[in-house]
Ligand binder design. Structure first.
Ligand code: ADP
Length: 602
C-alpha cells in the first residue's frame, strides 16, 4: 500500500491497494484526509511525527493502526522517503504501509511466554542455577538470591562457592564437581549452604548437562533442594533405630491386624531368625515358643489384637545361642491416631528367666530359713527340756541305785530303801509335773473369744496364700456360703487351720504332672448344724494306715516336713469343741475337713 505526497506533506496520489484497504475514496484521502484512516489513539502521534519528518526532510518510519474498510484495525509499519530533484530539494514524498499485525502478535505472545517462564522460575521455591561448562554461575533464580542474600552479580563472582558452601563440605563438593563436570551425565552433591541469616542448611544439588546436537555440553542446569528438615528427621530416625536395635530386649511393632512390621535386632539375635524370614513368616514368633505355652499365648495375643487392648503375658521362647527355653514377659499396646483408630501395636519381650530363677531361689531360701528358724527353736526347746528333765531323771537314777544297794545288803536297810523309793517317786513326779507344765505352756494359750464368720475368714486366708498356690501350680475353686452363722472362737487360730489344710493340699499335688492340680474349698452349715470347712485336693492322697498318725505331732512324709501342722490344727479344733478328719477321695487326692458348733463355749 502506498501513496505519494507534495513537498509540504500533503497527499496527492494514493494507490489502489491503499484505497481498497481503507475503503476511502481518493477525494477523501488526499491532502490531510488520509489521517482519518489512522486509529484515533495513534492519530495525534502520527500527525506530529509526519510533521517532524517533513520539516526535517529526512526519511522516517513508525508503526500505527490503520482502519480497514470493515472498521477493524491492523498494525502497519509506515515508512516515508523524500524524493529529491537534481538541485537536491525535495520534489515529492513517497510513503508505503506494510501490514505488521501478525508479526506483532507473535512478538507479544513470545514476550508473554518469556514473562511467564521468568515468573515461574523466580517464584518456584527451589534454587535454580545455570552454569557454564566450567561450572561458573550464569544465572540464578530469585530463590537463590533470597536465600543467600546475594545479588546476581555476587553469585557470578568466581569465589561465590567459597563464600556459601560450608568449609567442612567444600573439598568434597569440589572433588565431585571437578570429576563430574567433565562428563556428560547428570550428578548430584549434598552440602550445607550459608543463608543470609548466617545459618547453614543442607541442600541436595542436582546437575544436568544441556547438550548440543553433537553431544557437547552447552551449559549445566542445576536445582538445589533444601533437605535440612529431611536430614534432621533422618538423623532422628537413625538415632531412634540405633536405640531400638540396641535395647536389651525384643522390640517390635505390628500392623493393626497383628502381622509383624518392625522387629529389632534383639529379636533376631535371640531367635536366630533373619529379617527376611520374619517378614515372610508372620507366625514365626510361634515357632520359637515353648509348645506348652503356645496355646494360651496365642489366645491372649489374638484377644489383645482383636479387642485393641494389647496384652501382657509370660511365655518361654527358644534361644538360638544355647537352644534353651527362657521365660519372657511380653507386652503390647495399641498406638492410635487422633480419631482413636489403631495405627499399630508396639510391644516388647523381655527375658525374665534370670529374674524368675532368682525369685524362685529367694523363695526357697526364705522357706529354708523359716524352717531353720523353727528347727532351731525346737532344738533350743529340746535342749532346755532335756536340761530340766535331766535333773529329776538323774535323781531317780541315783535314788533307784541307792535303793538297790540298800536292799542288796545282808541286812537290808528297809527304812532307807523306802525313803529312797519315796524320793524316786518324788523326782518322777517332778519330771511329770515339768512335762505337764511344758505342755500347758504350749497348748493352753489364751484363746480369744470373738465373733467369727468362717467364709470371710476363709477369704482372707485365700488372699494370703493365693500366690503360693499359683506358684505351686494349683488352681483353687471356692464355694463359700454367704449365709453362715457367726460363731464364737479364735479367728486367728481357725485361719491357721484353714491355711494349714490349703498348704497341705497344694503340697500333696506337687508330684502331679498328668492332670490339673485342682483343689477346692467349701464352707457350709452341715446337717448337724455345724459350720464345716472342707478342702478337697487332687493330689496323691494318703496311706490309710496313717489316717490317725497324721494328726499326731512330728508325723510327716515330706522330706522337709515338721509334722506339726495337723496336730496343732486338731488341738485348735478340739478347743473349739469341733472335729477334724481326713479321707481319701474316690478318684484322686484327699479331703480334709473340720466342723465346729456355732457356739462352742456356751
Ligand atoms: P507336714 O505338712 O509338715 O508334713 P502336717 O501335720 O501338716 O505336717 O501333715 C502331716 C502329714 O499328713 C503329711 O506329711 C502328709 O503325709 C499327710 N497329709 C497332710 N495333708 C495331706 C493331703 N492333703 N494329702 C495327703 N497327705 C496329706
Amino acid at each position: 500500500m502506498a501513496w505519494a505526497g507534495l513537498p509540504d506533506g500533503r497527499a496527492d496520489l494514493l494507490n489502489r491497494d491503499w484505497l481498497n484497504y481503507t475503503g476511502l475514496t481518493s477525494e477523501q484521502a488526499i491532502g490531510a484526509g488520509w489521517i482519518d484512516a489512522i486509529h484515533p489513539d495513534d492519530r495525534d502521534r502520527i500527525r506530529d511525527y509526519w510533521r517532524s519528518v517533513v520539516t526535517a526532510g529526512e526519511s522516517g518510519a513508525t508503526e500505527a493502526r490503520l482502519r480497514r474498510h470493515d472498521g477493524s484495525y491492523r498494525w502497519f509499519q509506515l515508512r516515508a522517503n523524500p524524493i529529491r530533484d537534481q538541485a537536491g530539494s525535495i520534489s515529492r514524498w513517497l510513503c508505503i504501509s506494510i501490514d505488521v499485525e501478525d508479526r506483532r502478535r507473535s512478538d507479544e505472545a513470545l514476550q508473554a511466554n518469556e514473562r511467564n517462564l521468568g515468573l515461574i522460575i523466580n517464584t518456584i521455591p527451589t534454587h535454580i542455577y545455570v552454569l557454564n561448562i566450567d561450572g561458573y554461575v550464569q544465572f540464578v533464580n530469585q530463590a537463590v538470591m533470597d536465600y543467600t542474600g546475594l545479588t546476581m552479580a555476587d553469585v557470578k563472582q568466581e569465589d561465590y562457592r567459597d563464600r556459601v558452601i560450608h568449609p567442612d563440605d567444600f573439598a568434597r563438593v569440589r572433588a565431585v564437581r571437578a570429576a563430574s563436570l567433565r562428563r556428560t551425565v547428570p550428578f548430584s552433591t549434598e552440602q550445607r549452604v550459608l543463608g543470609k541469616d548466617g545459618q547453614y542448611r543442607w541442600f541436595l544439588v542436582r546437575y544436568k548437562p544441556f547438550l548440543d546436537e553433537r553431544g557437547g555440553i552447552v551449559r549445566w542446569y542445576v536445582v538445589a533442594f533444601d533437605i535440612e528438615d529431611h536430614k534432621r528427621a533422618i538423623d532422628q530416625l537413625q538415632k531412634l533405630a540405633n536405640m531400638i536395635h540396641s535395647i536389651p530386649a525384643a522390640v517390635w511393632s505390628m500392623t493393626p491386624d497383628g502381622a509383624p512390621d518392625i522387629v529389632n535386632q534383639g529379636w533376631y539375635d535371640y531367635t536366630g531368625h533373619s529379617p527376611d524370614y520374619v517378614r515372610t513368616h508372620p507366625d514365626s514368633w510361634m515357632d520359637t515358643m515353648h509348645p506348652d505355652d503356645s496355646e494360651a499365648a496365642r489366645m491372649v495375643y489374638w484377644d489383645g489384637i482383636r479387642s485393641g487392648n494389647g496384652f501382657t503375658m509370660e511365655a518361654r521362647f527358644l534361644r538360638a545361642r544355647d537352644n534353651a527355653y527362657r521365660w519372657h514377659l511380653n507386652r503390647a499396646v495399641a498406638v492410635r491416631d487422633p480419631e482413636g483408630h489403631i495405627i499399630s501395636f508396639v510391644g516388647t519381650s523381655t527375658d525374665i528367666e534370670d529374674l524368675k530363677v532368682a525369685q524362685e531361689e529367694l523363695h526357697d531360701t526364705r522357706a529354708a530359713l523359716a524352717h531353720a528358724t523353727r528347727v532351731m527353736t525346737i532344738g533350743e526347746l529340746t535342749a532346755s527340756i532335756a536340761h530340766e528333765i535331766n535333773q529329776p531323771l538323774s535323781g531317780i537314777l541315783t535314788n533307784a541305785s541307792t535303793c538297790l544297794l540298800m536292799l542288796a545288803d545282808d541286812q537290808p536297810d528297809l527304812e532307807g530303801a523306802r525313803e529312797t523309793a519315796r524320793r524316786t517317786i518324788r523326782d518322777a513326779n517332778r519330771a511329770s509335773d515339768m512335762i505337764t507344765h511344758l505342755r500347758a505352756l504350749f497348748t493352753k494359750k489364751d484363746k480369744a473369744d470373738e465373733p467369727v464368720e468362717l467364709s470371710e475368714a476363709t477369704r482372707e486366708v485365700i488372699a494370703l496364700c493365693s500366690n503360693d498356690l499359683k506358684r505351686k501350680g494349683a488352681s483353687l475353686r471356692q464355694y463359700l456360703a454367704t449365709d453362715l452363722p457367726v460363731l464364737t472362737g479364735d479367728r486367728i487360730q481357725l485361719q491357721q487351720v484353714i491355711l494349714n489344710l490349703l498348704t497341705n493340699a497344694a503340697d500333696a499335688m506337687q508330684t502331679v504332672e498328668d492332670r490339673p492340680r485342682e483343689l477346692s474349698i467349701t464352707t457350709e452349715l452341715d446337717a448337724d448344724d455345724l459350720v464345716r470347712v472342707t478342702v478337697c485336693d487332687s493330689g496323691a492322697g494318703f496311706d490309710p494306715k496313717h489316717s490317725e498318725e497324721m494328726f499326731k505331732p512330728f508325723f510327716s512324709t515330706k522330706p522337709q516336713g515338721m509334722g506339726i501342722g495337723l496336730s496343732v490344727s486338731r488341738s485348735i479344733i478340739k478347743r473349739h469343741n469341733g472335729r477334724i478328719w481326713a479321707m481319701n477321695n474316690e478318684g484322686y487326692g484327699a479331703t480334709f475337713a473340720f466342723a465346729i458348733p456355732r457356739a462352742p463355749y456356751r
